[in-house]
Design a protein. Structure first.
Length: 397
């Protein structure tokens, strides 16, 4: 436990390199890093491998057929339907304009300390606008940030107290309070004037108001920090690889506004490979299970780390190197590349995240050259994988 807490990513990677693709880290906790087994676990989520914790790590059933699980999956399907190509394309112009405003603010500065925080604000506003259409989103975005900050001590803690004890902890009670405030704000927005947006798709699918609020809380949390982290890691990579940055900038200048050049798509894919924001996926084995030829005991806590998989899968030659051109012909097999997860619980916001990454990075790389002025040697892994202590230098083109 001590080694894990010092460097969680390094410890998991070293465990696989030392012991092989399936490792029992502690009694009942198994790290699975065999691609076939990873694909099997995630494909069988909600049946044989369960999501048994909510956003506060409270225990939930997670079994298919359970009313709460079924309502959750209906909401996910409605969310996916609402992220249609026409809806995303309509959102692109607004996002490009907002990113242009961010560039105008950055142009007056020589550096940006903690760019994740500023990009979080952009991604939060983007999600709110995409969700609520013409409605006034009010304080939904900052309330989401408040909840995420309140949840961080709970999510990142290596200790799991009994429910009766957890509910007495001040940090737990702060997270409950923050969630109530966010839910109240979402209800106010939904009851206000306006139309369109993702919430219209959720309503059309038959979700009632409270189910819609629950989906907005979960999707809003995912959309607040994850895209910002992915954007920031890509900027770090381009700062370290100026030749690739120049190639991206030249390619952006040569295409129309709604087209993403190949080199930028490859850069995003490679950045997500090296620094997947969702670096850890957890499942619980419902009874004794076999996956990819491996046996797992009943009740095993199954850990899957995209970070570790992306640095050990044989398909990735020279895995520690940032080589975006590898994606010109690379075709990872099932379970080898999973920045958005796979299976029934894959990231339902992938289409919006892809749009945000392509649009924001196209604009930023065309306007600036970046350098890494300061960054801690180890990333922040308390929730999302984030660069710690980062300051980016800026030089307008």
């Amino acid at each position: 436990m001590e080694q894990y807490e010092k460097d969680r990513l390094g410890h998991l990677l070293a465990s696989v390199e030392r012991h092989g693709p399936v490792v029992e880290l502690t009694g009942g906790t198994v790290l699975v890093n065999d691609p076939a087994a990873v694909h099997d676990v995630l494909r069988r989520t909600n049946t044989d491998f369960l999501v048994t914790g909510n956003i506060r790590r409270d225990e939930v059933s997670g079994v298919r057929g359970d009313p709460a699980t079924e309502a959750w999956m209906r909401g996910r399907r409605a969310t996916q339907k609402g992220m249609s190509p026409p809806a995303l394309e309509a959102h692109r112009a607004w996002l490009a304009e907002e990113t242009g405003r961010l560039c105008d603010r950055w142009r007056t500065r020589s550096s940006v300390t903690d760019p994740v925080a500023e990009l979080e604000q952009l991604s939060a506003r983007s999600f709110a606008r995409f969700c609520f259409g013409t409605r006034d989103a009010g304080a939904a975005a900052p309330r989401t940030g408040d909840l995420l900050n309140a949840l961080t001590p709970l999510i990142s803690s290596p200790f799991h107290f009994p429910p009766a004890v957890r509910r007495l902890l001040p940090r737990y009670r702060r997270s409950v309070s923050a969630q109530k405030k966010l839910e109240e704000e979402l209800r106010r927005v939904l009851d206000g004037p306006g139309e369109g947006g993702l919430v219209a798709s959720l309503a059309a699918s038959g979700l009632d108001g409270e189910a819609t609020v629950r989906m907005l809380v979960s999707n809003g949390l995912a959309s607040y920090r994850v895209p910002a982290a992915a954007m920031t890691w890509a900027l770090v990579a381009l700062a370290r690889e100026p030749d690739v940055a120049e190639e991206c900038a030249a390619a952006v200048d040569q295409v129309s506004g709604d087209t993403t050049p190949d080199i930028l798509r490859w850069t995003i894919a490679e950045s997500l490979r090296l620094w997947p924001p969702n670096w850890l996926i957890l499942r619980t084995a419902d009874g004794e299970q076999t996956c990819g030829g491996w046996s797992l005991p009943a009740g095993a806590a199954v850990m899957i780390s995209p970070y570790v998989m992306h640095r050990t899968a044989p398909v990735f030659s020279d895995p520690s190197a940032f080589r975006p051109h590898r994606w010109a012909s690379l075709q990872p097999a099932a379970g080898e590349y999973l920045p958005y997860g796979i299976g029934s619980r894959w990231c339902v916001g992938k289409a919006l995240a892809d749009l945000e990454l392509a649009t924001v990075l196209s604009t930023l790389v065309a306007r600036f050259r970046f350098t890494v002025e300061r960054m801690a040697p180890l990333p922040d892994v308390r929730t999302t994988l984030l660069p710690a202590g980062l300051t980016l230098g800026l030089r307008p083109r």
